[in-house]
Design a protein around this ligand. Structure first.
Ligand code: PLP
Length: 405
């Protein structure tokens, strides 16, 4: 495909450096992506031109900051095709979005003896908040298993759903396997059974077109730092009828309507869920990241990353003793693997000496590691600024490292 990756790379200052005298190859994008200068400039501009505390302000700087902050809300709404801006709640990341949803949904809708279905391939961030809520409410967590290709056993879902099931929590894209889950289909099954669905979109929002209305999901969460934006910013999308019935997650400024010692009333959506001074500059700069992704074109991004995935998979499959985890067809640009006779941690540490940044370990997905009977993997994850030449360098370095064992 014809993609001007060199032009894109010019926008990312951090990529142009040597690590241990070798050109940096950054393949840790599933953990966090790098930022283009447009995002860095937006952050800089906020601090140098119009920083002030947002909402309820009577002065120019605060007004401008409020306008820019709320401008990002509209961009985020548009990015996932939510119906209204009230459905976009800013958090500090996917993890906080899930904690918010689990707490508040639990308070409003979960009773003792109820059940929450959570898939086996989830990141700990989409397991533990549900466990905490379940422990508080006397509810039960039920696991939806995967097969050995890393595919969710959707056909088991209807059997797992009971009269007590309240919600299904599932990742749109697995951070370990790269599996793209059929969220629309899962949402349909959930809806037909009167069950709600929460989707962890942390690994999908940077790589796929997201349409929450088309998928018809109840909740969707993602993080700016995995989408070329600042860290410390995330989004929780929720259906209005649910958000309205859910109590606040935290108390403090912004989320109130009126405070009296005799009782407090809460602000309207989305402010009911945004207590305290938020990450103002981060949210504003996130707007620049969304613009950047849109201007590049999410379909273009997806197509290029798919090419990189196919190219890297073919090359890695040539290496004797290398096993890739996550081999189903619908997959995003993540490759987790192990090599017989070599520990993943040693592989990662030695690749680093070749200037290649990968991640090693359990990737915050212990149940998934247990499924495959492993402690961890090496994970290479791609972004649209990566190139085939970088994959060549990575594969070449990996072969050299393996030869040392
Ligand atoms: N869910 C998935 C699938 C992830 O990959 C991650 C981060 O790696 C998270 C949730 C947590 O995201 P954050 O650390 O931005 O809150």
């Amino acid at each position: 495909m014809n993609f001007e990756v060199d032009k894109i790379r010019q926008d990312f200052p951090i990529l142009h450096q040597q690590i241990y005298n070798r050109p940096l190859v950054y393949f840790d994008n599933a953990a966090t992506t790098q930022r283009p200068k447009q995002v860095i400039d937006a952050l800089n501009k906020t601090y140098t031109e119009y920083y002030g505390n947002i909402h309820r302000a009577a002065h120019f700087l605060a007004d401008k900051a409020t306008e820019a902050y709320e401008g990002t809300r509209e961009k985020a709404r548009n990015f996932i095709n939510a119906e209204t801006r009230e459905q976009i709640i800013f958090t500090k990341g996917t993890t906080e979005s899930i904690n918010l949803a689990a707490f508040s949904f639990g308070e409003a809708f979960v009773q003792e003896g109820d059940e929450i279905i959570v898939s086996e391939m989830e990141h700990h961030s989409n397991i533990v908040p549900w466990q905490l809520m379940a422990a508080r409410k006397g509810a039960k967590i039920v696991m939806l298993p995967i097969d050995n290709d890393g595919r969710l056993l959707i056909e088991m879902l209807e059997q797992l759903i009971t009269k007590r099931t309240r919600l299904i929590a599932v990742a749109h894209v697995s951070n370990v396997l790269g599996t793209i889950n059929p969220v629309k289909q899962i949402a349909r099954i959930a809806r037909n059974n009167g069950v709600r669905i929460f989707v962890d979109g942390a690994q999908a929002a940077p790589h796929l077109r997201i349409d929450v209305q088309d998928m018809d999901v109840d909740f969707y969460a993602f993080s700016a730092h995995k989408m070329y934006g600042p860290n410390g910013v995330g989004v929780l999308y929720g259906k209005t009828e649910l958000l309205e019935q859910m109590p606040p997650y935290q108390g403090g400024g912004e989320m109130i309507s009126e405070v009296k010692f005799s009782g407090t009333t809460y602000n309207e959506l989305p402010y009911k869920f945004e207590a305290g001074t938020p990450n103002i500059s981060g949210v504003i700069a996130f707007g620049a990241a969304i613009d950047y992704l849109r201007n590049t074109g999410i379909e273009t991004v997806a197509a290029w990353e798919h090419e990189l995935l196919s190219y890297a998979t073919a090359a890695l499959n040539q290496i004797p003793g290398l096993r890739i985890y996550g081999t189903q067809a619908e997959k995003s640009g993540v490759i987790s693997f192990n090599v017989e006779g070599a520990h993943f941690f040693d592989l990662g540490t030695m690749l680093d000496k070749f200037g290649i940044a990968v991640r090693t370990g359990h990737h915050c997905a212990d149940p998934l590691m247990d499924h495959f009977g492993i402690q961890g993997t090496v994970r290479a994850s791609f972004a649209f600024y990566n190139t085939r030449e970088e994959i060549d360098r990575f594969v070449d370095a990996l072969k050299k490292v393996i030869a040392m064992f």
